[in-house]
Structure formats: structure tokens, C-alpha cells
Ligand binder design. Structure first.
Ligand code: PEP
Ligand code: MN
Length: 334
């Protein structure tokens, strides 16, 4: 349920209303917007006398929220959330490109890629140190050393960094990582979601291979329910009957999520297609669809990459993609 307050309600009136809600065992979520202040109510709202609430002089309207996700719901928070990643803002009209290799492999590799993607317009550096691989015999990542190398690349370029966490016992290792990524395979690892929810670190939550938008939002809710509201959603393609591409990029997720939630939405055309020559067109399409950012895998030598080489573009190709994306956003008036 949400209670929309009338303009001009003072903080004393607001606080006494919140106390009243809390006395009924409800928790509250206050969103102060440009035009409205909304108090979202979480818990068993059947005890709330809607007629009585509506009759209060400070109440403009009362609405029941039927969706099971509350804090992530656009109805709880009308304005788009802007997630601040060490000064780099994402969401609410702020568009960012995250780029870098699937896996951190060597010092030269990550430093070289970081430098070149920064020069062509990436604002956040990615690199996997813990890799969720289908085969246990494939490269699993450099683990702690991979994080160290990413931090070194951050120091050299000034780019904030993002890396995937697979195990909640590794949180300590991610202390200086700017965005913690929850991969598609862990979208419903609820203990992991709760653990990152207890930090105040930005979290990029990838959509699971076979998960609906509602399930994605429920996973975001797990993080937010613990107090961390810095959640960025990522559409990275889903499993369908089509197997020509690695996954099927569900681009309609972008406008749909923007309607359903206030959280920023990023698109990953690399994992969505699995084919490097398709990344440019899908990146442009995602930008045109209004995504708040892109995540693109870039490798200096894709045929020799230790993971996801087939979908990785070279730094030169990345430069062309980034320039095209800028033009698309301009043409769309974004
Ligand atoms: C990745 O970003 O390298 C990754 C493993 O992504 P996903 O979880 O989307 O498969
Ligand atoms: Mn990858």
C-alpha cells in the first residue's frame, strides 16, 4: 500500500503518520519526489483502515500495491533511481558503458584493455575473477589475484570496477570493488542476495537464464529488503527455443522494467548473443530502447581469450560501437 502525501505536509505531520503505521507493525519506505512524497507500507496492511487514512487532511490518495515487490516498485518511488558508483552515475538519464574482458587473465591484458576502453568512452571497467563456468575443467578465474589486478587497473585509469561474486564468504575480497555483480546463474541465490543487501555497495543483478521479469524484481527486492537500494538490473539474454545465438536478447525488458521499477536497467549484448559481430547492432538497439547503460566484453586477442572469446570484441571494435551508441542516443534525443 502507498500513501501519497499532500504538498506542504510538514515533517512533524509525516513523522507522526509514520509512527502510527509502525504501531500497526508495518515498516515504511519514504520516497521524497519533486512533486510528491510517498510513504510505502510493507507488511500486513489489512489492518489499515483505508477510509480513515483517506480522510486525514495530509493525505492526497491511498493505493493498494498488488505486486509482491515493494521497494523495487515504481509505485513506491516515482522517480528513477540514480546509482552513484564512485562519482559515476547510472540511471535517470545518466548512461554508462561498462567494458572489459570476460575474465581477468594477466596484468598486461587487464591494464591494456582498461586503458583502451577508457580512451574510447567506457566509464566502468569489468573483469571476472571468479568465473561460473559450465565445465569444471575450464578456466575458473584468477580469484583474489584477479581482484588485485583489477584494483591496479583502477589505479592506473581511474575507472571504477565491477566483478562477479559467486560465494558470500568472498565478500571481504570485494571491499574495494565498486560494483558487485550477481551473475545470471546466481540470480536466485537468496543467501548471496541477502549478503550483498547488508552492504551499501552498488550491485549489478543479472537476469537468470530462465527467469521472468517479476522474478528478477523479486531478487532485487531481496537485496533492497536488507537495506541496500543501490541495485542495477541487467538484461543479458534468456533461454528460448532459438539456439542460433547463445541466448535471446529480450529487449522489451528495457521499457517493461522502466515501467515496473525505478531501478536502472543495463543491457549486456555480449552474453545475449554470444557472437561478437552481433554486439554492435544489439548495443545500438539497446541504447535506442532506452537502456541506462551497456555491458560489453572486450578482449585484446579474442581467439586466445580464456573465456567467452567468441562474443568478445577487440578494443578497436569497441571504439566503433561506443561511438555508434553515442550517435544513436543523440538521434533518439536521449
Ligand atoms: C559474465 O558477465 O562474464 C557472466 C558470466 O555473465 P552471466 O552471468 O550473464 O552469464
Ligand atoms: Mn563472460
Amino acid at each position: 500500500m502507498i500513501a501519497v502525501l499532500k504538498a506542504g505536509t510538514n515533517s512533524e505531520q509525516r513523522e507522526s503518520l509514520i509512527k502510527w503505521f509502525e504501531s500497526m507493525g508495518l515498516s515504511t519506505y519514504v520516497s521524497v519526489g519533486e512533486y510528491h512524497t510517498i510513504i510505502g507500507l510493507i507488511g500486513d496492511t489489512s489492518k489499515v483502515d483505508v477510509g480513515l487514512l483517506e480522510s486525514l487532511s495530509i493525505i492526497e490518495s491511498v493505493k493498494r500495491i498488488t505486486e509482491p515487490y515493494k521497494k523495487a516498485n515504481r509505485k513506491f518511488h516515482e522517480e528513477a533511481t540514480v546509482v552513484d558508483v564512485g562519482g559515476v552515475k547510472i540511471g535517470g538519464g545518466n548512461f554508462q558503458i561498462i567494458a572489459g574482458p570476460c575474465s581477468v587473465e594477466t596484468r598486461d591484458q587487464i591494464l591494456g584493455i582498461a586503458e583502451s576502453v577508457r580512451a574510447s568512452g567506457a566509464s566502468i571497467l569489468r573483469g571476472g575473477a571468479f568465473k561460473p563456468r559450465t565445465s569444471p575443467y575450464d578456466f575458473q578465474g584468477l580469484h583474489a589475484e584477479g581482484i588485485e589486478l583489477l584494483l591496479e587497473a583502477k589505479k592506473h585509469t581511474g575507472l571504477p570496477i565491477i566483478s562477479e561474486i559467486m560465494n558470500l564468504n568472498h565478500l571481504e575480497l570485494f571491499m574495494d570493488v565498486d560494483i558487485v555483480q550477481i551473475g545470471a546463474r546466481n540470480m536466485q541465490n537468496f543467501d548471496l542476495l541477502k549478503a550483498v543487501g547488508r552492504t551499501n555497495k552498488p550491485v549489478l543483478l543479472k537476469r537468470g537464464l530462465a527467469n521472468t521479469l517479476k522474478e528478477l524484481l523479486m531478487s532485487a527486492e531481496y537485496i533492497m529488503a536488507e537495506g541496500n537500494e543501490n541495485v542495477i538490473l541487467c538484461e543479458r539474454g534468456i533461454r528460448t527455443f532459438e539456439n542460433h545465438t547463445r541466448n535471446t536478447l529480450d529487449l522489451s525488458a528495457v521499457p517493461a522494467l522502466h515501467e515496473l521499477t525505478h531501478l536502472p536497467v543495463v543491457v549486456d549484448p555480449s552474453h545475449a548473443t554470444g557472437i561478437s559481430r552481433f554486439v554492435e547492432s544489439m548495443a545500438a538497439a539497446a541504447a535506442a530502447a532506452g537502456a541506462d547503460g551497456l555491458m560489453i566484453e572486450v578482449h585484446n586477442d579474442p581467439p586466445r581469450a580464456l573465456s567467452d572469446g567468441a562474443q568478445s570484441v577487440t578494443p578497436e571494435q569497441f571504439g566503433v560501437i561506443a561511438a555508434k551508441v553515442r550517435k544513436v542516443r543523440e538521434a533518439m534525443g536521449l
